[in-house]
Design a protein around this ligand. Structure first.
Ligand code: FE
Ligand code: FE
Ligand code: ZN
Length: 209
């Protein structure tokens, strides 16, 4: 007889996988918060850490309600996603670029969780476990709002700062460009700044090497 004969057994298996995943995330989030430079991003990681602790407790409650052992089952998927994030954090990166990368890494975590919680919630609902369904829906909503918050931070500031090049004072720098400016000069300013910051980065990396 297969050890996963029923949907209920698959549900328990996946809840134990998620329990392990949430515990891996609890260890990773403080490191991501420390690596973040943007204050709102750091605060978002810290807020999600507090939520993650509650999510692990909800899984303990769900497993108990299902008369299943409250234990984890190593989540290879989350380990892979977190390992990628660790490698990123070891890079000697521009701080705004690192923030953009941290958001991408965190959204990979959220998307794995959204996929998993969506499935277990649907199974619990189908099997008539109302309280378990409600617990899983609560966590699913938190993961979705964490994902949206990260998108907002990326769109509102982090990505554009990363694209600009950090630490630059572009207020009144003498560019050596002609004073004979035309009406499009404002629109042209951004690519010009980008070129200068690229040049600055090559100079910096030249001296570091
Ligand atoms: Fe979570
Ligand atoms: Fe997993
Ligand atoms: Zn999450």
């Amino acid at each position: 007889m297969p050890n996963m004969e029923t949907l209920q057994e698959l549900l328990v298996h996946e809840l134990q996988d998620l329990y392990n995943a949430e515990n891996q995330i609890m260890k990773a989030l403080p490191k991501m918060a420390r690596r973040a430079t943007s204050t709102p991003l750091r605060e978002a990681f810290e807020a999600h850490l507090a939520q993650t602790e509650m999510q692990a407790q909800r899984l303990e409650r769900a497993l108990t309600l299902l008369d299943a052992p409250v234990r984890g089952r190593h989540c290879d998927g989350m380990q892979g996603i977190i390992d990628e994030g660790k490698k990123l954090m070891e890079e000697d990166a521009n701080e705004d670029v690192m923030d953009a990368g941290l958001i991408a890494a965190a959204q990979k975590v959220e998307h794995y969780e959204i996929a998993s919680y969506g499935s277990v919630k649907a199974w619990a609902e189908l099997l008539g476990h109302e309280e378990v369904t409600a617990l899983l829906q609560e966590t699913l909503s938190e993961e979705e709002s964490a994902d949206r918050k990260l998108s907002q931070l990326a769109d509102s500031e982090v990505n554009s700062e990363a694209a600009m090049g950090a630490g630059e004072d572009d207020s009144d720098e003498d560019t050596g460009e002609s004073n004979d400016v035309d009406e499009d000069s404002e629109e042209r300013a951004t690519p010009a700044r980008r070129q200068r910051s690229q040049a600055a980065r090559s100079r910096r990396s030249g001296t570091q090497g």
